[in-house]
Design a protein around this ligand. Structure first.
Ligand code: G3P
Length: 225
């Protein structure tokens, strides 16, 4: 499926529940739900699972990070071209669990654009969202760090953080698509995020740690329509 909005991006992080074969199974579920609802569900697996997920499903796949290295002597780094070659169509950058200095963020973003990767920059607040907007990524996902992994949805408990980011992006670079994340666990949380002016959500534990991830994805996609 093509990357369209509203989008639900599921970050598989480094959870045991969403790596290896389980990442592939989650991708199959995401495929089914996308086909049933027409809502785009993208996945961000660990780099080691990226190729398997991309080749076993139709879901748009994001890397969780890329480095700014160019082809050559970059042992241990994640090369933008390698992400594309593995099947990624985009990358997260500056996730709260992998924060970058502004100059490094810009350098990785430039490399991503050079090879044609979409970029979702994560930000922890309005000021960082503003700086990120000036760099011109595809998406900015605002995620208050204290809500990450808690199941307490930013869209319901800190709506002002989301609306402030939406306004800031609109003012600085209206081409950037605002989304939000942290604690998003239900369809209602997704609907609330969209009502605040975002065009999607970035989430992890609400799906990866759910007893029935497909049921949760279906609930979310249904509320995103
Ligand atoms: O990248 C998504 C994220 O940090 C939010 O995590 O578990 O609160 O949905 P979670």
């Amino acid at each position: 499926m093509k990357l369209t909005t509203p989008v639900i991006i599921v970050n598989l992080k480094t959870y045991k529940e969403s790596m290896g074969d389980k990442a592939v199974k989650l991708a199959a579920m995401a495929d089914e739900v996308s086909n049933e609802t027409g809502v785009c569900i993208a996945l961000a697996p660990q780099f080691t699972d990226l190729h398997r997920v991309a080749t076993s499903s139709e879901v748009p796949v994001f890397a969780q990070h890329i480095d700014s290295v160019t082809p050559g002597r970059g042992t241990g780094s994640i090369l933008a071209e390698a992400a594309i070659e593995a099947g990624a169509i985009g990358t997260l950058l500056n996730h709260s669990e992998y924060q970058l200095k502004l100059a490094d963020l810009e350098a990785s973003l430039v490399r991503a654009k050079e090879v044609g990767l979409k970029v979702c920059v994560c930000s922890n607040n309005q000021a960082v969202s503003g700086a990120a907007a000036a760099l011109g990524p595809t998406f900015i996902a605002v995620e208050p760090p204290e809500l990450i992994g808690t199941g307490i949805p930013v869209s319901k408990t800190q709506p002002e953080v989301v609306t402030a980011t939406v306004e800031t992006i609109q003012r600085i670079n209206p081409n950037v698509i605002p989304i939000c994340g942290a604690g998003i666990s239900t369809g209602e949380d997704v609907a609330a995020a969209l009502q605040l002016g975002t065009q999607g959500v970035l989430l992890a534990s609400g799906v990866t740690k759910a007893k029935d991830p497909k049921k949760v994805l279906l609930d979310m996609a249904t509320h995103a329509k």
